[in-house]
Write a protein that binds this ligand. Structure first.
Ligand code: HEC
Ligand code: HEC
Length: 434
């Protein structure tokens, strides 16, 4: 949730000034303990202009699910505030960074307005990852903003040094919503493996696979959710290419990579052209408790209530093979620590697998075992609140998103195109209500 308008104005001013690295001049004081800077209560309603999403007046999107206990709601509210927190140089922001808070890129727990840009060298075909990536000593994420003494941002390099035909490909990574992600974290490993095996036996070319990734954090924020050790191979679930296994790991990844906020999970500052090893806050910037609070908020967010239209939308969804990848439900672990999410059929409309989605959407970027052309089946959750779709936000309607399905999903796009106009309309209305 976003704060009320007075707080919002202050936050916007502080955001703008923090981006210029001059927050202190304008009286935007940072918090040294990770406490929210803006303490205003949640607004009930936020206008579309502010959020960049289709938010009906009065709607709250990032709500805890209906059966949450009083304790869970209070943990949710605490995390919600921290999610909308804005970091300042005194909090350990930077030295180079992309944005100043989770809520900047996931307003209301949804998509936008901030975003990431990735850059990588590709071959002449425009999508095959080139062998030599030495132009990117500071990684593949653009980090345009600076503070704490940095004077050189991380921006796409000049492609001049590349062999003939190779180019630097710059792509937008559109932030996915974070609502309902607890349901996705709770899904049993064996369930994802079952779906992978079932798809491997198909003869129509749909064969998604698990993105096995090496655990990239030093520890976990809350051992109740399981312990993981650095380098351990785990099933990736989160991110557009399913490159991150858990929500606390994602929070620590975003803090480090998007904001330059180090934590016991990710203790090292991002490499930067000035060679700075620390920022204005000496040492590790935030705590495991902070990360656990953020993860708890995300785990408790509801899937917005779906009012699915009457008619045969669900059958058409199956008939056009959408449901093969956008699996309507996956079963969750019985030992997941949030009782409401344990041992249920989670209605997430994804198989959690990565699929070849064709060369047009390809970003040149390998993430774990997901290649340039592969993306995780997008969970269809809260679609009616979005107006940009796909990894780069290039589709502006559900219909355009379907038409862009290629690679393994080409058959589904064709099946949709082959439906009668009235069946297409029925299917679209149904999907848009998810
Ligand atoms: C600069 C913009 C930006 C900021 C700031 C940001 N995110 Fe994100 N977020 C993204 C993008 C882009 C992705 C997709 C990343 C990918 O695929 O690698 C993403 C993905 C996620 C996901 C995965 C959702 C899914 O469907 O798998 C989670 C969870 C998440 N972010 C949480 C956070 C948290 C928590 C914070 C604050 C600590 C945060 N983000 C800050 C841009 C941002
Ligand atoms: C082979 C697997 C597969 C099939 C079949 C498939 N999809 Fe997808 N779908 C994906 C993947 C992968 C993405 C994410 C692509 C990206 O991030 O660019 C996606 C994305 C989407 C999106 C965009 C969601 C968002 O948040 O951006 C919509 C809407 C969608 N699919 C609907 C459908 C419908 C409707 C059908 C049936 C006509 C269908 N899909 C069939 C794999 C599939």
């Amino acid at each position: 949730m976003f704060p009320l308008v007075p707080g919002l104005r202050m936050q916007a001013l502080c955001y703008a000034t923090a981006s210029l690295g001059a927050a202190a001049l304008y009286g935007c004081s940072g918090s040294s303990d990770g406490a929210p800077v803006t303490a205003s209560p949640d607004a009930g309603a936020v206008s579309t202009a502010l959020t960049g999403v289709n938010l009906p007046s009065g709607a709250r999107l990032d709500e805890a699910f209906a059966t949450a206990t009083a304790d869970e709601i209070s943990a949710f509210d605490k995390g919600d505030q921290l999610f909308d927190n804005v970091f300042f140089p005194a909090d350990g922001l930077g030295p180079v960074y992309v944005d100043v808070g989770c809520g900047q890129c996931h307003q209301n727990g949804l998509r936008g307005a901030g975003l990431d840009r990735r850059m990588i060298a590709v071959m002449a075909d425009g999508f095959t990852t080139a062998a030599d990536q030495s132009l990117f000593p500071y990684g593949f994420e653009e980090r345009p903003l600076m503070t704490a003494g940095a004077t050189i941002p991380v921006l796409p390099p000049d492609a001049g040094a590349l062999p003939s035909g190779e180019t630097v490909k710059v792509t937008i990574r559109n932030p996915p919503p974070i609502i309902g992600r607890g349901y996705m974290e709770a899904v049993e490993d064996s369930e994802i493996q079952r779906v992978e095996a079932e798809q491997a036996a198909r003869t129509d070319g749909i064969h998604g696979h698990i993105n096995w990734v090496a655990y990239a954090s030093q520890t976990v924020a809350n051992p109740a959710y399981g312990t993981l050790t650095p380098g351990q191979m785990v099933i990736g679930r989160f991110g557009l290419k399913a490159r991150v296994p858990t929500l606390d790991d994602f929070a620590s990844d975003a803090l480090q990579n998007d904001m330059g906020i180090t934590s016991p999970m990710r203790p090292v500052e991002i490499a930067n052209p000035n060679g700075l090893l620390d920022d204005e806050k000496p040492g590790i910037d935030t705590t495991l408790d902070h990360i656990n609070t953020l993860a708890t908020y995300m785990r408790l967010t509801a899937i917005p209530t779906r009012a699915l239209p009457a008619g045969n939308g669900a059958q058409l969804f199956e008939q056009a093979q959408c449901s093969v990848c956008h699996a309507p439900t996956l079963h969750t672990r019985s030992d997941y620590p949030i009782a409401e999410l344990a041992d249920i059929d989670a209605p997430i409309y994804t198989d959690m697998l990565v699929h070849d989605f064709g060369t047009v959407q390809a970003d040149g970027m390998a993430d774990g075992t997901a290649t340039s052309t592969e993306f995780r089946t997008a969970p269809l959750i809260g679609l009616r609140f979005q107006f940009t779709f796909l990894n780069d936000g290039s589709a502006h309607s559900v219909q355009d998103a379907i038409a862009a399905h290629a690679g393994e999903a080409a058959g589904a796009a064709q099946a949709f195109a082959n439906l009668s106009a009235s069946d297409q309309a029925t299917l679209l209305t149904w999907v848009e209500a998810l």
